[in-house]
Design a protein. Structure first.
Lengths: 294, 241
């Protein structure tokens, strides 16, 4: 069985800057894969190359064993792009119906509209829709061909809770039938909740690839910020739960798997520990630590 | 492509602004010249003038319709709709074909309404066979402008393309003698006009009023422009892919 998506040693350079650097990615059928990374990590570039919209500087891409453009023409892929436009002067159902006609075996228009929660405004002109409603139309357009591979770039941007829930429910139902979904996001929780596998991208490189738990070990946990008179990295590092220590002047930042245990030990060890606060790891700073950048 | 063509046809029917600009406007201009203003003295000359201007205004409206196919392409391109289409099974040539077919169909009302105004309001009388011949000749005559429009549509963005096309539209209309007959132009301008595409598109219709076939020069000049515009259009289109 061909892989749903296969990227081999894909690089993309714009002059001196490297947007993607030797990325390998193999998505087996039936998987839900999150491409996770901060803004500018190369997620959209990666998806554009995977879809044949952008030529790679080197490397190859294939979808279900076909060159990407051929797979698109065959209707094997449903895509939601970040900045795609819609026709303003037609109704939602008219646009979705016209798009359905381009595929060999589309799903019924009503079903796509319902799955995207766009059925409530199907008879409205697209020019009159709000940003969130337009995103639902894009989702309906991605689903309408009943594709074997879904590629979604930041699909939940502008969606409310109901819209998100509906989208992920549909994605799950599809992957349950052996279809594949690849989505890009910069929300860790989204990857956590809905992906079987996470590909962590930073500065154009895959810095981690594996099940969600493995990634969470790398970037999850929380941070303890503390001010100390004499912060000794070695001692701090030995506190329970601590994975990583950063000292800046009199302030230390401890990355920990178990903030309760770390705090107890911190107060017991350092009588002068003050200005203590804990914070969840934000993804951006986690990436910085993972990629060893500044 | 069928379903997309259907959508495009629906859009061109719904485009009221476009229909008014390219149907009602030429008709009103036509009636102004033939029914309100006294451009030529009453009598046989008036009748000839009514028929001549009818063709001019029909060509004028139809030419605009053909050109602005490209305006729509430019808008859709700059709004990212072509990005969306690129991830559907519809190939790029399917999009452009649907645009051209729907656009060419959308040109017909301009022709029919002005000819209708000529026949019903301004008293133009022609042999029955001449009417359908006029429709076909005007329709075919403005097709080079569709190619010119596509060139603009794939070269310039949104509003800029539309502005450029308005300038080209009026420039070529005036030069082609659609607003005022070329007979009124000074010698050098007249020579220039006779090699312009709008004049030759008009001349197909003007000659058939008198029962004459298109001249060889007309056909050669029109074919030349068509080749040039189509070449430019396909070059710009390929570049944009």
């Amino acid at each position: 069985m061909a892989n749903a998506l296969e990227l081999t040693a894909v690089s993309k350079r714009y002059g001196q800057t490297s947007a993607l650097d030797g990325v390998d990615l193999t998505a087996e059928q039936g998987q839900t894969i999150a491409v996770l990374g901060p803004n500018g990590a190369g997620k959209s570039t990666l998806l554009s190359i995977a879809l044949g919209l952008l030529p790679p500087t080197s490397g190859t891409a294939a979808i279900l064993g076909h060159p990407p453009v051929e797979a698109l023409r065959k209707g094997l892929v449903g895509v939601l792009l970040q900045e795609s436009g819609l026709l303003e002067d037609v109704r939602v159902d008219e646009l979705v119906t016209a798009t359905a006609g381009m595929y060999q075996k589309p799903m019924p228009v009503e079903r796509a509209l319902r799955a995207a929660r766009a059925d409530g405004f199907a008879a409205q002109r697209i020019g009159k829709l709000s940003g969130g409603q337009r995103q639902r139309v894009r989702i309906a357009l991605a689903l309408i061909g009943d594709p074997r591979l879904l590629v979604l770039d930041e699909p939940t941007v502008g969606l409310d809770v109901d819209g998100r829930r509906a989208l992920w429910q549909e994605v799950r139902a599809r992957t349950g039938e052996g279809r594949t979904a690849v989505f890009a996001t910069h929300y860790l929780t989204e990857a956590d909740d809905y992906a079987d596998r996470v590909i962590l991208l930073a500065k154009g490189k895959v810095v981690a690839d594996g099940p969600v738990e493995k990634i969470k070990e790398l970037v999850g946990g929380s941070e303890v910020h503390v001010t100390l008179d004499a912060a000794e990295v070695g001692v701090l590092q030995a506190l329970p739960g601590v994975r990583q220590v950063r000292v800046e002047g009199g302030a230390a930042v401890l990355r920990t798997n178990d903030s309760d245990a770390t705090l107890r030990a911190l107060f017991a060890t350092f009588a002068d520990a003050r200005d203590v606060r804990t914070a969840g790891t934000d993804l951006e700073s986690a990436f910085v630590s993972l990629t060893g950048g500044n | 492509m069928g379903s997309y063509l259907k959508l495009e046809l629906l859009r061109s029917v719904r485009n009221t602004t476009g229909l008014i600009m390219l149907t009602v406007f030429p008709l009103v201009l036509y009636l102004l010249w033939t029914k309100v203003l006294r451009v030529v003295p009453a009598g046989p000359q008036q009748v000839d003038f009514a028929a001549y201007t009818m063709v001019s205004m029909a060509v004028y409206g139809a030419m605009g319709g053909a050109l602005f196919i490209g305006g729509a392409i430019a808008m859709e391109r700059s709004k990212g709709w072509l990005r969306q289409l690129a991830v559907t099974p519809l190939p790029a040539h399917g999009y452009i074909s649907a645009k051209l077919i729907a656009g060419a169909t959308g040109v017909l009302p301009s022709i029919l309404v002005v000819l209708g105004g000529g026949a019903l309001i301004s008293g133009v009388r022609l042999p029955p066979g001449t009417w359908p011949a006029l429709v076909v000749l005007i329709w075919v005559g403005v097709m080079p402008f569709a190619a010119l429009g596509v060139t603009f549509g794939y070269t310039m963005n949104g509003q800029a393309a539309n502005l450029a096309m308005i300038a080209v539209f009026f420039g070529l209309s005036v030069l082609g003698g659609l607003w005022l007959p070329v007979q009124l132009m000074p010698e050098f301008m007249r020579t220039l006009a006779e090699y312009s595409p709008a004049y030759q598109a008009g001349s197909l219709g003007w000659r058939v009023l008198a029962g004459d076939w298109p001249t060889v020069k007309s056909l050669v000049v029109l074919a030349g422009w068509t080749l040039l515009f189509s070449g430019l259009a396909s070059w710009r289109y390929r570049r944009a892919l």
